[in-house]
Design a protein around this ligand. Sequence first.
Ligand code: BG6
Length: 484
Amino acid sequence: MTDPSATFLLFGATGDLAHRMIFPSLYNLLSDGLLPDDFMIVASGRTEMDDEAFRADIDKALQKFVGADRYDAEVAARLKAMIGYQPVEAGKPEQFRKLAERLDGRAERGLSVYLSTPPSLFAPTAQGLAEAGLITPTTRIAMEKPIGKDLASSKEVNDGIGALFDESQIFRVDHYLGKETVQNLLALRFGNVMFEPLWNATAIDHVQITVGETVGLEGRVSYYDGVGALRDMVQNHVLQILSIIAMEPPARMDPTAVRDEKVKVLRSLRPMTAETVKTNSVRGQYSPGAVGGEIVTGYSDELGQPSDTETFVALKAHIDNWRWQGVPFYLRTGKRMPARQSEIQIQFKPVRHSIFGRAGGLEPNTLIIRLQPEEYIRLLIMSKRPGLEREVHLEEVTLDVSLTAAFAGQRRRIAYERLILDLLAGDQTLFVRRDEVEAQWTWIDSIIDGWKEAGVKPSPYASGNWGPSSAIALIERDGASWHD
Ligand code: BG6
């Protein structure tokens, strides 16, 4: 790692992500004294605007998204003083020249570029930077998803950026990796002695990963339709969680060791076929219903036309390696679910032999790791029900660790705070390497191709449900059930 970048250059600075996440994160970092001295933020977008107009706009966003309890006009003023706005449009070399003038030799002291634009602009933007002399060995570039819509297009994006930057300078963002609870999976698995010996096919029956959202399309028609839940959520966030749950222990917490182990898992995912998608996948699309007591419309009504895009997907995945042979990973994610709820369930196998005979309510152990909105770890274990009966009666009790309570004094960070800080410092551990993205797409493509070949269309589910009933059948066929 080198000195932190002295300049942060944001493309797509007038967009939603910049307002909701990136500037509030920079505000929090500044407020905690975590930004380098003499730091400069150059915001850029296509809109013509001067510094003052942009700063005023950001101030409004900070008041809205930082939270009333944290917003402090003095910190906001310091942040605004660091921000300059420069209109730049990809393909206009003159504007990139002006941008370079504005940076006035600062790129030499480390420049972190953040692309929060549509992916079609990634390569042209990088090209503009190169022509303006803004790419040096200390320039880093961060990219938001989606990186392509399949393996072929992701390779194009990666080639476009890779022609101008070394992989060690490229930071692919998956904001789930910035979440404290996702990083905590590493601490849970590798910072405790009791889980690792059991973390394999000998002791684990199956794993469930659920990422449920209550929101619908949210005015993201142009992006979401034609993309769908598989590409929007499984290709990145869900597979990143899966890779951390399933990976071998890395030798140390460094970018190469961690990502080497993750990519091995991703490459071990068994590809689906037109035959297996029929039993191992479910596509759904929300229809009218009620979420949290509110009546909501269906996807096609929001869209204004019928569509074949899935807003829900459930999958039964297999990881073909030694550790996970015969252990299914059930994955599901969807919009307009009954609750915003992301969690992992590790379902252990029954004890080998019950000394309690047929009596007694013996159940296999379950570990539940809730990622959001609450943060907790629950282990369901067997305990003797108190009483003088001659036959032992067992009952499930919960070992319950609330991380929210255990760390009550600590502010929960926006995922982007961690990621921006790591980008500035040049630490790639929590960013996705090219081979990971490509392994993710390889598996996702096998499902999409399978769906096409087998003609699998989304089945409707009433908003406020955990997907179509076939999603329940997907797991119950194997004698298990979703943890709702
Ligand atoms: C984004 C998806 O990557 O993640 C959105 O594009 C989704 O569709 C969002 O709503 C979920 O993120 P979080 O942090 O709210 O769970």
